[in-house]
Design a protein around this ligand. Structure first.
Ligand code: FAD
Length: 501
């Protein structure tokens, strides 16, 4: 704006004044005629004065020339259009006739400070047109100085920028509305450019950054496609976890990323606008929901494992009872066989009868036991993540391990192939083994309570090792750990099912 104003040099103005002189407008003040003649002398031979005059007359911006007190000497037709005043109405009046009282006085004071120091002033005023309508005027006022260095005139140029101002404010308001909505949104929002730099972030995002100590977008680096601009595709509701470390709980976020295009606003792209891509990142914390889901899952798991154990225990007890009955039953059967083979049926009839009744009763008892045997729920084998199954069981036992003061060393293999098996039964087995380990350490004599759970891979097999610092199974009982009846104090981890039928 300043440079634009400076282009109205004294020489150019002199040409214009000569042009106006040639046109001999009515009511031309004599001192202005003097000024015009001086100006023409300087500029003669450059542009024909009438051309300069025609240019000023036809210029699309409002142009006025005043004396040193801002009394109007000349206005062009554009001035008439913008202000609504005809030339004859304003010539002789002061420019202050356009002033609207909502322009603060300090603006005028600044204007005059510049003009009195023979400097160009540019700025914005609120003007009032002849019809009383306010408009926003963008002005440039340049002093016109004579050869003796005295300000003789002022050249004023202004245009109505009311519509531009309205659009600018509207855009600003819109931006503020959007920004404050985004800023107050509870989810973390950031705009990331192709270089991976965050160009806009809301308060929730800043808060998250402070809490995490890292850029939250780092959690989504693999989605952003930053290394290959343009490769990144949109993603929605991706669940991403953040491990803060130092015993702080894992935090979960549901993240969405949408690529948005914006027009290049640089001058070089004016005629061939290129669009730039930005990723709009929205991160909603879902840690509480995740914790609740995990709690529900753990409870369901606890119930499932308890049910498995109940069914398993019941089957084992019934099988053991059947096993116990089978001995006397076989003996009775043998005794009956002997008596029947002797052939002295009449004499032995009462005994044979009693034996037959006892055998029938025994058979019935075995049948009752057989029907009381609960069915094991059939479970289809699936690909099991052994690490996850062990982790689930360890988390179920957390309270008990804390109560016992057990130090747990959990070392899962980082890469574990999925194992083919019945997931619930595997979990039940791990639970039994771990319960067994805790039982072994649950004695006052055991001072050091350590549990070591390790998974490794060897030759495509998943190896699980569970070690405790308990006293261990006495040597004489080791051979019996897979028998159906429990050895004293320590149960076998997984007992073989022996059916009497
Ligand atoms: P005032 O009370 O007269 O002035 C406000 C303050 O301005 C005063 O307190 C004083 O500090 C300062 N001031 C005013 N006149 C002078 C002066 N002659 N010398 C030194 N200080 C002074 N104004 C518009 O509102 N709209 C226009 O489009 C416009 N175009 C102009 C074009 C030209 C070429 C020039 C030279 C001036 C233009 N002005 C314009 C300014 C105008 O002359 C008035 O100064 C302004 O309108 C304030 O007038 P006022 O009666 O409202 O306030």
């Amino acid at each position: 704006m300043q440079e634009y104003a400076q282009s109205f040099t004294v020489e150019s103005l002199a040409d214009a004044v000569q042009a106006m002189l040639d046109a001999s407008p009515a009511g031309l003040p004599p001192e202005w005629r003097d000024s015009l003649e001086q100006a023409v002398r300087r500029s003669r031979g450059r542009i024909p004065p009438h051309l300069f005059y025609a240019t000023v007359e036809q210029a699309p911006v409002a142009i006025s020339i005043t004396d040193p007190d801002a009394n109007i000497l000349y206005v062009n037709p554009a001035f008439e259009r913008v202000t609504g005043y005809g030339r004859s109405e304003v010539v002789g009046s002061n420019e202050s006739l356009l002033s609207d009282k909502c322009t603060p006085v300090h603006i005028y004071q600044d204007l005059w400070r510049h003009l009195l120091a023979q400097q160009v002033w540019s700025g914005t005023l609120v003007n009032r047109s002849k019809s009383g309508v306010r408009y926003v005027a963008e002005l440039v006022i340049a002093p016109v100085v004579d050869e003796g260095g005295v300000t003789r005139h002022y050249l004023g140029i202004h245009r109505d920028i009311t519509e531009f101002h309205r659009l600018e404010r509207e855009a600003l308001n819109q931006r503020q509305r959007v920004e404050s909505t985004i800023d107050l949104a509870p989810m973390a929002i950031a705009l990331v450019d192709l270089a991976g730099d965050v160009v806009l972030e809301n308060r929730a995002y800043q808060r998250l950054k402070n809490e995490m100590g890292v850029e939250p977008r780092e959690l989504l680096a693999h989605h952003l496609g930053m290394r290959a601009p343009g490769d990144g595709s949109a993603f929605h509701d991706e669940e991403v976890s953040f491990e803060p470390g130092e015993d702080r709980p894992t935090r979960w976020f549901s993240c969405s990323g949408t690529w948005i295009r914006e027009m290049d606003d640089r001058a070089g792209a004016f005629f061939a606008p290129e669009s730039r891509r930005h990723l709009l990142l929205v991160m909603q914390e879902i840690t509480r929901i995740k914790q609740q889901q995990e709690e529900v899952r753990r409870n369901a798991l606890r119930a499932l494992i308890a049910e498995e154990a109940r069914v398993h225990g019941l089957r084992e007890s019934i099988a053991a009872a059947g096993f116990q009955l089978l001995g006397p039953f076989n003996m009775l059967k043998a005794a009956l066989g002997i008596l029947e083979r002797r052939g002295n049926e009449e004499q032995n009839a009462p005994v044979i009868d009693v034996l037959r009744q006892a055998l029938a009763a025994g058979q019935q008892a075995l049948e009752v036991l057989r029907t009381a045997m609960p069915n094991e729920q059939p479970e289809a084998p699936v690909r099991v993540n052994v690490n996850q199954a062990l982790r689930d069981v360890l988390s179920l036992l957390t309270d008990r391990m804390l109560a016992l003061g057990v130090e747990v060393e959990w070392r899962p293999a980082p890469q574990l192939p999925a194992a083919w098996g019945c997931e619930n039964r595997l979990r039940a087995m791990f639970k039994q083994l771990l319960d067994n380990a805790l039982d072994a350490m649950d004695a006052p004599v055991v001072r050091r309570r350590e549990l070591r759970v390790v998974t490794t891979v060897s030759d495509d097999a998943v190896r699980i090792s569970i070690e405790d610092s308990g006293p261990g199974i006495p040597d004489e009982l080791r051979i019996r750990v897979f028998e159906p009846s429990s050895p004293p104090r320590r149960r076998a981890p997984m007992r073989a099912w022996v059916s009497p039928w």
